[in-house]
Write a protein that binds this ligand. Structure first.
Ligand code: NAD
Length: 361
């Protein structure tokens, strides 16, 4: 299969971790007979330095012409970098918002996986975290409270602010379909999270999710109120497979879920549109404090590349090969600094990539 991938190395540790992810993809391509073609584009600070803006129209066009986008991370030290003296619409993060909008990426997927080997990083008690857990938060990314009408007014000398939470049934249906499709590739359970005891938008959410569920009789659907879900994530995270939820709830719950894994350098993510196209990136930032020192953990980006194979290209066997190579490296006792523990061997970014490649070949 011929795969056209646009890469955004970005800033900070971005170029280092993307290099390792490409190495792993090349190993998969060689083993399974695929042809990966990469085109790099500039975004974030790297684009500001060359073009004066964080994202050019040409870069967007290149991304659109690919089958998927693999990104490192963008941004610099927000207190010292000259990029943050620019107006907000010219700062690195504006590039990310711009590309998400241009590519219509409405579905955000963030797996939160606690590997047995990294159990000591989990802030939960061992009887709660069990033998590890593996859930995926599917968050609606382009609607709801963050995109509704907002205003601040003064009435009779009293300041008043209004934010509006709006969803139409089409917005809910398309994210629900994605959630059920992805549950089918996993353990076939969807937990739809809302606040249907209070909010009309949540009652519509629940009704539409139930309609969509009828097309997926093999997937179990349960509903959970968002406040209960926040508790359940720390009480019994092993119960979850796919958590399907709206924008603001997903924003909060996905951060909570990633914190309970305790390892930011391990967490992948994907943002998808209504075709098979997606942008794949680690959940962490550009870590300027360790950039260029061969200290970054490349695993979140490597697992993002695995998600790309699974969700944009339907190459499950190849994605499984990456996931199990990562597990094997952890089992063999190799760790980057951020996940280091006693008795393990500490390795750099490049070496971690090499070890994963060795286990794929
Ligand atoms: P960060 O995630 O970059 O770093 C937080 C801490 O985690 C740092 O100590 C860092 O060294 C460590 N860390 C992060 N990723 C790591 C990895 N792969 N291996 C080892 N250690 C790792 O968050 P921050 O410091 O708040 O942000 C730095 C910059 O990244 C900012 O400009 C911010 O805006 C940007 N950012 C970008 C994205 C993105 O590109 N999607 C996301 C979040 C933050």
């Amino acid at each position: 299969m011929e795969l056209k991938i646009t890469c955004i190395p970005g800033d900070g540790i971005g170029p280092e971790i993307v290099t390792e992810a490409k190495k792993v993809l090349d190993a998969v391509a060689e083993k399974y007979g695929h042809d990966m073609q990469y085109t790099d584009i500039l975004m974030g600070g790297a684009s500001i330095d060359v073009h004066g803006v964080p994202l050019t129209d040409e870069a967007v066009e290149t991304a659109k012409s690919a089958d998927a986008v693999l990104m490192g991370s963008i941004g610099g030290d927000t207190t010292t970098s000259p990029w943050y003296k620019l107006p907000p619409n010219l700062r690195p993060e504006a590039g990310l918002l711009g590309i998400r909008k241009a590519l219509n990426l409405f579905a955000n997927l963030r797996p939160a996986v606690l590997y047995e080997e990294l159990a000591q990083a989990c802030p939960l008690k061992q009887e709660i975290s069990g033998n590890g857990f593996d859930m995926l938060i599917m968050r609606e990314l382009t609607g709801g409270l963050y995109f509704g009408e907002r205003k601040t007014v003064e009435e009779n000398g009293v300041r008043k602010a209004v934010d509006t939470l709006t969803y139409d049934e089409n917005e809910i249906r398309r994210i629900a379909v994605k959630g059920f499709d992805i549950a089918r590739k996993r353990r076939k359970k969807v937990t739809s999270v809302d606040k249907a005891n209070v909010l009309d938008s949540s009652r519509l959410w629940r009704a539409v999710v139930e309609e969509v569920a009828k097309d997926y009789p093999d997937v179990t659907l349960e509903h959970m109120l968002v406040d209960n879900c926040a508790m359940q994530l720390v009480k019994d995270p092993t119960q979850f497979d796919v958590i399907l939820t709206e924008n603001m709830f997903g924003d909060i719950l996905s951060d909570e879920a990633s914190m309970v894994t305790g390892s930011i350098g391990m967490l992948a993510s994907a943002s998808l549109n209504d075709t098979r196209f997606g942008l794949y990136e680690p959940s962490h930032g550009s870590a300027p404090d360790i950039a260029g020192k061969d200290m970054a953990n490349p695993i979140a980006t490597i697992l993002s590349a695995s998600m790309m194979l699974r969700y944009s290209f339907d190459l499950d066997k190849e994605a499984d090969a990456i996931d199990s190579a990562v597990k094997q490296v952890l089992r063999d006792g190799y760790r980057t600094g951020d996940i280091m523990s006693e008795g393990c061997e500490k390795v750099g970014c490049k070496k971690m990539g090499d070890l994963i490649v060795e286990r794929i070949k």
